[in-house]
Design a protein around this ligand. Structure first.
Ligand code: GDP
Ligand code: IMO
Ligand code: MG
Length: 424
């Protein structure tokens, strides 16, 4: 295996965790480089289901190091809940390391996420309310606390003297909400320190040196369409989900990355608000939602569903630098007579055709998909292990996606289990 980044190439929940788990077998180090506990990653193996939000999905293998890089944001209480659940499932966490440079989500970030969403009224983002946007905002505004600050009492107290009045002013004057005493926040910090202490890797520069010539797998969260620069802004998350951020958010270098696996579902889903040109509001959409069990892992919300969108797909492959496609959930279409792929968008106002993704997402309300119709295969695929055994129409569907996206498909997933995978 070459050093590889796994990214979501739609609006998240493409099955990244399943692909990361699979590839982890051949990796020495698995790195999360962005996002926080807004992510919900599911791995199914040996009839057991494991749920991850922050911990890299590679943790299920023995003798792997799993690293949460500086690009990640951490809410220690949510992290504690996650590791406690994994411990109950007897997952060995001894290989888990956290960068001291990762930024902390504080209680006021979670408050502000909820308050800001409520104040947006008709233009809500539909966030996961995990404090992600306010945490990354503070990082960029240079008023965030990092994991390392928890271990330096003097700095922490000084930083809070400048940060807390600002945060309290927003809470009180903008939202008329509860404020925090310094003592209270110091109490949270003491607790956070104890939660994170066993995992913090102050020697992270040694870690980067140690794994320089070993196999590294970078695990993305969210998806390119949710990327703060490249996604359907402002209906996005607050981090960069493209492969380019793998280096920035980890301490490894771009020159060390060879492959980028873009994970695409055989259809498209989205949780939260925002444009979605191929969204279905009919029986097909409902069937995909039900057969695909499309409920959010983090919030339990029903995922919106739609046909595969090759306009978005080509765009995310381009800006995500995708070198190989992992196509997941093909089995969800096993009983579909006809399957559609959007190959272009048409502007209802003037008939203008778009084959490249229009980045002004405010016009998306006027766009309708131009579909190509593919014949379904009407055969169970979930037990198939070899590409050659796939039904002819399934192969045609895969091949059409490869042609439209101009990237080869290297993995086809036909079920949630680790074993329900076909390497092409
Ligand atoms: P992630 O956020 O990209 O890691 O994806 P999620 O874990 O949030 O959502 C993907 C869901 O689909 C999970 O419940 C997986 O167990 C499941 N899944 C992954 N691949 C397949 C597949 O090929 N077929 C089916 N039926 N389910 C899959
Ligand atoms: P994984 O890693 C799907 C969505 C939210 C909302 C928007 C902003 O499991 O694919 P945020 O809380 O990040 O400020 O919310 O982004 N979102 C996701 N949707 N999968 C995810 O992660 C997501 N993480 C955030 O629903 O629309
Ligand atoms: Mg998910």
């Amino acid at each position: 295996m070459e050093n590889t980044v796994v990214i979501g190439a739609q609006w998240g929940d493409e099955g990244k965790a399943k692909i990361t788990d699979l590839l982890s077998e051949n990796a020495d180090l698995i790195v999360r480089f962005q996002g926080g506990c807004n992510a919900g990653h599911t791995v199914v193996y040996d009839d057991k289901t494991y749920k991850f939000h922050l911990v890299p999905s590679g943790i299920l293998y023995k003798n792997k190091t799993c690293f949460l890089g500086n690009g990640v944001v951490i809410h220690p209480e949510t992290f504690e809940k996650e590791i406690n659940e994994l411990k109950l499932q007897e997952v060995n966490l001894s290989g888990l390391r956290i960068s001291p440079l990762a930024v902390l989500t504080m209680p006021y970030h979670i408050d502000i996420d909820g308050l800001s969403e409520n104040s947006l009224k008709n233009s809500k983002i539909g966030t996961t309310k995990k404090g992600i946007g306010p945490t990354y905002s503070d990082k960029i505004a240079r008023i965030a606390l990092k994991v390392q600050d928890l271990f330096d009492e003097e700095t922490l107290a000084q930083r809070l003297d400048s940060i807390l009045p600002l945060k309290n002013s927003v809470l009180k004057n903008v939202y008329n909400s509860k404020t925090y005493e310094k003592k209270e926040i110091l109490g949270f910090c003491e607790r956070y320190k104890n939660i994170l202490k066993p995992y913090v890797c102050f020697e992270w520069q040694n870690l980067v040196r140690e794994f320089k010539n070993k196999k590294i797998l970078f695990e993305g969260a969210q998806g390119v369409m949710l990327d703060v620069d490249w996604g359907t802004y402002p209906y996005v998350t607050s981090s960069n989900a493209v492969s380019g951020y793998a280096a920035c958010g980890s301490g490894f270098s771009v020159s060390q990355i060879k492959d980028v696996i873009g994970v695409y579902k055989a259809y498209v889903t989205r949780v939260g608000e925002g444009p979605f040109v191929t969204e279905l509001f009919d029986k097909d959409g409902e069937t995909i939602q039900q057969i695909g069990c499309e409920f959010g892992t983090t919030t339990g919300r029903k995922r919106r569903t739609g046909w595969f969108d090759a306009v978005c797909g080509k765009y995310t492959a381009l800006v995500g630098g995708v070198t190989k496609i992992a196509l997941t959930k093909l089995d969800v279409f096993d009983n579909f007579e006809k399957i559609k792929i959007a190959v272009a968008y048409k502007d209802k106002r003037n008939g203008k055709i778009y084959t490249d993704f229009p980045t002004n997402t405010f016009i998306h309300q006027y766009l309708e998909p131009v579909y190509e119709v593919c014949d379904g295969w009407m055969t169970k695929t979930s037990d198939i292990k070899n590409y050659s055994d796939l039904p002819a129409n399934a192969k045609k569907y895969i091949s059409r996606i490869e042609t439209l996206l101009e990237v080869p498909v290297s993995i086809v997933s036909v079920g949630a289990d680790r074993n329900q995978t076909i390497f092409v």
